[in-house]
Design a protein around this ligand. Structure first.
Ligand SMILES: Nc1ncnc2c1ncn2[C@@H]1O[C@H](COP(=O)(O)OP(=O)(O)OP(=O)(O)O)[C@@H](O)[C@H]1O
Ligand SMILES: [Mg+2]
Length: 272
């Protein structure tokens, strides 16, 4: 392969990936003027179209990692590349969903979902037809004109998902998006995410505390150490997609993997 062809091939390989290369991040403002070292020496490559779940004890730096990929924070050390480019700030290539739906209270369901394309100046007809598609997929038909306060928590979260998905971003960054939902709604949201992902083919980085959720959704789980968060273990999830939750939890291999992951999250630092 000649040099330009090799360069082009390398570029294609990085195009749909998220890469953390020896990332460190500290926050100022600790007690006595100290800094809080949130993550250290964190290296991870998320392949195009794959779904990676980040797990680890509370405060180990999971949200920090996600916020670095989102461009809300700049790393104190190392590099974060999304789609082959260093992250310099938030961008429309990354759809972001947090635990709280963060809807605009003065906009109805439809207008919350269409916010991104409207701000980007997309033609209204095209935006409306995409919004209708995602309203259908998220089961929000009939609620287009409702205000956020007129929705249940699960419905508000579905609006947040539709808002993140409407532009079909190649990357989805999700920070405990279903953490506040009851078990039943959470499962239907997880199933929804699985089916939408099959349509859009997005590369997903997903933070969760819930090992069952990680094993239902992910191609790979990444367990972090306590702060400063480093990678303790990367575990491939071997069950073929799409998965059936009720069958999955009865599978002995699922229980074994769940045990391994729980153990990796909980075992003390000195056992690394
Ligand atoms: N904006 C900030 N300013 C100062 N310190 C911060 C900030 N954001 C996070 N931290 C600190 O960085 C560390 C990692 O926080 P982070 O929110 O990434 O953890 P987490 O793994 O997401 O925790 P949880 O599971 O509880 O959500 C914590 O000690 C936290 O106090
Ligand atoms: Mg967090």
């Amino acid at each position: 392969m000649d040099a330009p062809a090799a360069e082009a091939a390398a570029c294609c390989r990085t195009e749909g990936r998220i890469v953390f290369d020896r990332v460190a991040h500290s926050f100022p403002g600790g007690s006595g003027g100290s800094v809080t070292e949130a993550v250290a020496d964190f290296s991870l490559e998320i392949e195009q179209g794959s779904f990676v779940c980040l797990l680890g004890p509370s405060g180990c730096g999971k949200s920090t990692i996600l916020n670095l990929a989102a461009g809300f924070e700049r790393p104190s050390g190392g590099r974060v590349l999304v789609g082959g480019r260093p992250v310099t700030g938030p961008g429309p290539d990354r759809g972001i969903v947090f635990q709280d739906a963060n809807l605009l209270p003065w906009r109805n369901v439809l207008k919350n979902i269409t916010l991104g394309p409207e701000l980007a100046g997309r033609p209204w007809e095209e935006t409306l037809s995409a919004a209708r598609r995602f309203i259908r997929l998220t089961g929000l038909e009939g609620f287009e004109r409702h205000a956020p306060y007129e929705l249940s928590g699960g419905m508000r979260q579905r609006v947040a998902l539709a808002r993140a998905w409407i532009t079909e971003p190649p990357f989805l960054l999700m920070d405990e998006p279903f953490g506040a939902l009851d078990a039943q709604t959470r499962l239907s949201m997880q199933e929804l995410l699985t089916s939408v992902r099959q349509v859009t083919g997005a590369t997903v980085l997903f933070v969760t505390h819930d090992v069952d959720e990680a094993l239902f959704l992910a191609d790979k789980t990444v367990v972090m150490t306590p702060r400063p968060g480093r990678i303790r273990q990367e575990i491939l999830v071997p069950f073929p997609q799409p998965r059936d939750y009720e069958r999955l939890i009865l599978n002995p291999a699922f229980m074994e993997l769940k045990y391994d992951i729980l153990h990796a999250i909980r075992r003390p630092e000195y056992e690394i």
